[in-house]
Design a binder for this molecule. Sequence first.
Ligand code: SF4
Ligand code: SF4
Length: 450
Amino acid sequence: MNKLTFSIGGVHPHDSKLARECKIETLPLPQTVYVSMSQHLGAPAKPLVNVGDFVKVGQVIAEPGGFISAFVHSPVSGTVKSIAPRKDLAGNFQTHVEIAVEGDVWMEDIDRSKTLVKEITMDKEAILERIKACGVVGLGGATFPTHVKLNPAPGKVAECLIINGTECEPFLTSDYRIMIESPKEIIVGAAIMQKVLGGCRCVVGIEENKPEAIKTMSAAIKELGYPGIEVKVLKKRYPQGGEKQLIDAVMHRQVRSGGLPIDVGAVVQNTGTSLAVYEAVQKNKPLFTNVLTVTGDSIPVGMQHNYLFRIGTPLSFIVEQAGGLPEHAAKIISGGPMMGKAIANLEATTVKGSSSILYLSEEKTIRQSASNCIRCGRCADACPMGLEPFLLYRLTKAADMEGLEQNAVQDCIECGCCLYSCPANIPLLDYIRQSKAQVMGIIRSRNVKK
Ligand code: SF4
Ligand code: SF4
């Protein structure tokens, strides 16, 4: 097969997929869950339950707080103990609904059977309504509400649905395991989204370092027989899974600065999202579970896991179930080593988009002290967005917001390629992330005033 990739920048970190062979295990229920109202992009959800209420698994406990927002469902059955601010994994306070677990009583209208439902009977409007009602959000990192993304503005036409099966971040294996263990469900999910988008073609993009997933997904497509769906093999190159990079690789089209994928006829959804769409539409199961990888560079095979977890499970409970905090863990990260965020608080809980608990040893985390920029240009060569990270760094230090905006800091996808390439060990991403947030704030407030 011809292997596709994006046109500019990128790096080749070791893939370190140490949990690749670990089958998905169902994590036991904790005694208490804390369900965040801010686990999607957009406005926080508004609680619909009161302290003392008994809730069932899959029952709606919060409604969207705006157009870009999502329903939240109880991941367990039990009694609501509190609705109060609590620190998330970055240490920021967010409203959480605390539920003490009692039994495992599910809503009666959820189909819990393993039977594959292939036939897609609902029409577009009913599908979108169901996806919204089930609180489905993008599970590739952005957690953008899926029903909004699948309903492009008038005049915008989807020509290609890309299912992102690249999982290009080192260490992460949850998408890989679902492609191995639930390929048909993912393909039915893709066919549902294809129908909503008017029957456009669909490409499942998988990196070449996942031959088993390429095999299982190709076999599922053949067996199910939906028209217009195919697997495309992509080169192993980071950040191949970035939305704009994937569109470039598959469609050879560039999304302009400030533009959206739909501007070039693309809609990108992650494999996990496709599975969630299947479960919502064909099984009436809201999004209250996901798969997360527990992994690291210095932990034995027995402590590597891929867990099916209920959203709201405390991270500390998962760490304990996986064998405790490893002795050599110097840093704990949520997500991958390139784009993930350090976990400041193990009492924080999982959210819809949780993808990993990654332990890194001191050897992997010690940053050499930074020296002066030697103007080698490697950061610019590595940047997949065509930016000049050394310049953005200098503008950040000078607090030159106008210069930062002119040099498109807002286009940074926070992939970390610049940091990875810099021989002077300058913490480029830390600086750029900070100035990007400030510039985005300025752009938003300017748009509100208009
Ligand atoms: S983090 Fe931003 S500036 Fe650095 S390489 Fe990635 S896109 Fe470019
Ligand atoms: S890679 Fe580092 S040293 Fe080289 S130009 Fe960029 S910031 Fe300077």
